[in-house]
Design a protein around this ligand. Sequence first.
Ligand SMILES: C[S@@+](CC[C@H](N)C(=O)[O-])C[C@H]1O[C@@H](n2cnc3c(N)ncnc32)[C@H](O)[C@@H]1O
Ligand SMILES: [Zn+2]
Length: 280
Amino acid sequence: MKIETLRILRCPDGCKDELTLHSTQNEEQAEVQTGLLECSRCGNRYPIEHGIARMLPLSLRTQPANSDVEVQCKQSEMQARDDQAGHYDRIWWLNLFSRIEIPATLAMLQIQRDDQVLEAGCGTGRMTPDFASRCRRLIAADYSWQSLLRCRRKVLEKNIRNVDLIQADICHLPLAANSFHRVVSCQVLEHIPTPESRDRAVSELARVSTAGGRIVLSAYQYSIWMRLFNHREGQHDGGIYFYRFTRKEFQRLLSAKMRVKRITGALQYHFLAQCAAFEE
Ligand SMILES: C[S@@+](CC[C@H](N)C(=O)[O-])C[C@H]1O[C@@H](n2cnc3c(N)ncnc32)[C@H](O)[C@@H]1O
Ligand SMILES: [Zn+2]
């Protein structure tokens, strides 16, 4: 975790306050591998392990005794993603789909060399190197710890040095407002379990974007083909919640918080939306 990144980290537990770093490392060093971040307002503490800041909100740090449906679904997905992290990169049809999906996403995102980019829900890093190689700095966040460790390995193996990973819930981003020129989130919104939490996620993605910044989001499409063979809402293996959107629903979800420029559904499997954060 680069010291430069620490400057834009904020407490995820409501107060969004600045954090103080406690680390035994030499202060001159540009990166922190192990340490503790403490919120100056509420006193909550967030560890840094393997260079990754672990910044889940309190609700996801506690044991799964919580009766809240949103929390239960999220904890179930976190566990499933951790268990399946080793399998994710070997899903053959997803690797095939990547050949069209990744260029289409990059074409919409139009990353510029000097951009600071957020990838929300990076998973095991299927797309992370493609984003990182085009920008100045990439922050990639996910709430699955095992997925982040795989993503970290992938990035290090490719000798990519401009990426910092954060363990976070995209509905409570531990990041300062107006920080990113580009925000991208692929195949994540369909796993956010309630209409209220989906609104909160989109609102958070808009909040951390610079005014007018480009935001590219994708989510499952409830297409004619999907209607024939699949449910609209349900759970994948291991207890991963999903929801498939109609174009109208996806448009409505996004347009409440950002300017929607275009939505393409040509690939049938998902919608890909190009948006811009409101100017004020
Ligand atoms: C289908 S995977 C997509 C991963 C990656 N974007 C890709 O396209 O390969 C969905 C990812 O979103 C993450 N995720 C789902 N809900 C999340 C949330 N509320 N906060 C952070 N990550 C979340 C999951 O852990 C998982 O890694
Ligand atoms: Zn706090």
